[in-house]
Design a binder for this molecule. Structure first.
Ligand SMILES: Cc1ncc(COP(=O)(O)O)c(C=O)c1O
Length: 490
């Protein structure tokens, strides 16, 4: 299968100025890549260009190849690569205003963006129907998902501090969660391999069990329907357990908690674990009754990934604070937003300078990133991206949600939600990020021209919403093929 058509070789002059060996040599000697043990996994490819779902890459031997970006470049890309409309809007902005201080000054791209986005944020809360939920009207810009979370947490803490409630400063978070790599985001993430070395830096957070079920080995005597029922019951049990743990904490320490932070519906980096809307609804009610702020980290789920604009919209709840990044700029520029409701903002709006929110970054509200986000929003609405997600979802169901896959001896659990498909494999070991199966699967898919990056023994597929039908079909049929090729002693 060839994916070559339509890709212009725009960067060959750059590539030719240094030969490929030199480029790899500099990369291997001087660049430190994220989340990578370079000794075991040095850079394999240099990306020359990209169009829609296709990356045009060169390997160390100088061979050109094409790879389907089946993980949306770490979950950020929603309209495909090098989209002409977004490119043009950024180019226009570049000749107008590239960047400017954002304190005391503002600019049109930022104002336009916030005016558009606040209209699509969650507005209806089924847990509070007798009152209008306070709208998420106030936006704070930062640079990435982690800083959006830092901002949210600091906002929540200072919200209580500004009201003289200095003791209301403790945070509740979920086990198996991931909120980023800055210290506050790490502190609120479930402990694991990525926070081990930094334990001494982390501030105390009260963790409760994940509301997503931990599924042991699949009982092979169950039919596909019986197993689905089992998962449903386990999901409910896990949610009830988590709610009970939170209730207990709030009962023991009624005045201690500032906020609770969750990744709504999907614990993404924690293994693409799904949990129920009902859990979010119960939690929303509980936080409101106990005056604890509800922070929704929608860095991953925002902009259609779970099938609605936001996971909170799908659960019909309105959080107090919502964090957005990744899909915000369509995957073009690093930028994030933390929206809060008017009530929270009112506690900072004061004659006292000491009540101002003490946070900011040099590149806050970067106009180029805002232009990308405005263009991404336009496409998202005009081209009805949620319909694209629906189409991908249907294709995933048709190809994967079948007894051949679900009852395959090596498959523990298949999960599909919105534009996400995840397959948790049975291994002799506990489910783990470091499971060697991940690397094996990664390589098997590379052989088929597909970039996937499993989380240990959980393989997930989440392509840009504009993935071509041929690429989508190739990915789905390869998933089936690879599952059937795996050895039984993985
Ligand atoms: C839910 C969630 N929050 C926060 C982050 C951190 O975002 P970033 O990598 O942009 O700092 C991630 C990254 O994957 C995420 O999935």
């Amino acid at each position: 299968m060839s994916f070559l058509s339509g890709i212009e070789d725009k960067t060959s002059s750059v590539m030719n100025s240094k030969n490929i060996n030199q480029l790899f040599s500099i990369d291997h000697s001087n660049i430190w890549h994220p989340f990578t043990q370079e000794k075991l996994n040095p850079t394999k490819f240099i990306v020359k260009s990209a169009k829609n779902d296709i990356l045009s890459v060169v390997d160390e031997r100088g061979n050109q190849r094409e790879l389907i970006d089946a993980i949306s470049s770490w979950w950020v890309n929603i309209h495909g690569h090098c989209n002409k409309y977004i490119n043009d809007r950024i180019k226009e902005q570049l000749d107008t205003l590239e960047h400017v201080i954002f304190a005391g000054f503002s600019h049109e791209p930022a104002i336009e963006l916030i005016d558009k986005l606040r209209r699509i944020l969650p507005r209806v809360d089924m847990t509070n129907l007798h009152e209008t939920a306070p709208s998420l009207n106030r936006a704070f810009f930062s640079d990435n998902g982690s800083t959006a979370v830092e901002v949210a947490i600091k906002m929540a803490i200072q919200y209580w501090h500004n009201q003289g409630r200095e003791n209301k400063k403790r945070i509740i978070a979920l086990k198996d969660s991931y909120h980023g790599d800055t210290v506050g985001a790490m502190s609120s993430s479930g402990s694991g391999y990525h926070t081990q070395a930094f334990k001494s830096l982390l501030f105390p957070v009260d963790f409760v069990s994940s509301p997503a079920p931990k599924l042991g080995k699949r009982d092979k005597n169950l039919s596909a329907e019986e197993y689905d029922k089992f998962v449903e019951l386990e999901t409910q049990k896990a949610a009830d357990q988590t709610i009970a743990e939170i209730e207990k904490l709030l009962q023991i320490h009624p005045n201690k908690y500032a906020c609770i932070i969750v990744e709504p519906l999907v614990q993404a980096a924690g293994g693409m674990k799904f949990y129920s809307k009902e859990f979010l609804q119960k939690l929303r009610k509980l936080t409101r009754e106990n005056k604890v702020l509800f922070i929704a980290d929608e860095v991953f789920t925002g902009f259609g990934r779970t099938g609605d604009d936001f996971a909170c919209k799908e659960a019909v709840i309105v959080p107090d604070i919502i964090c957005l990044s990744k899909g915000l700029t369509g995957g073009y520029m690093p930028m994030s937003l933390t929206f809060c409701n008017d009530e929270i903002y009112s506690v900072f709006y004061d004659d006292s300078k000491l009540k101002a929110f003490f946070h900011g970054h040099s590149y806050t509200g970067n106009p180029l990133a805002c232009a990308a986000a405005n263009a991404s929003y336009d496409l998202y609405v005009k081209e009805k991206r949620l319909d694209d997600v629906k189409f991908i979802n249907q294709k995933m169901h048709l190809t994967l949600n079948i007894p051949e896959i679900k009852l395959h001896p090596l498959v523990r659990n298949l999960r599909i939600l919105g534009g996400i498909a995840a397959i948790e494999f049975e291994t002799a070991r506990e489910t783990s990020y470091f499971d060697g199966l991940g690397q094996l699967l990664h390589e098997k898919f590379l052989e088929r021209g597909i970039l996937l990056r499993p989380l240990g023994n959980t393989l997930y597929f989440l392509p840009p919403y504009t993935i071509s039908i041929s690429s989508l079909e190739h990915c789905l049929s390869s998933l089936k093929e690879v599952i059937n090729e795996l050895d039984y002693d993985i």
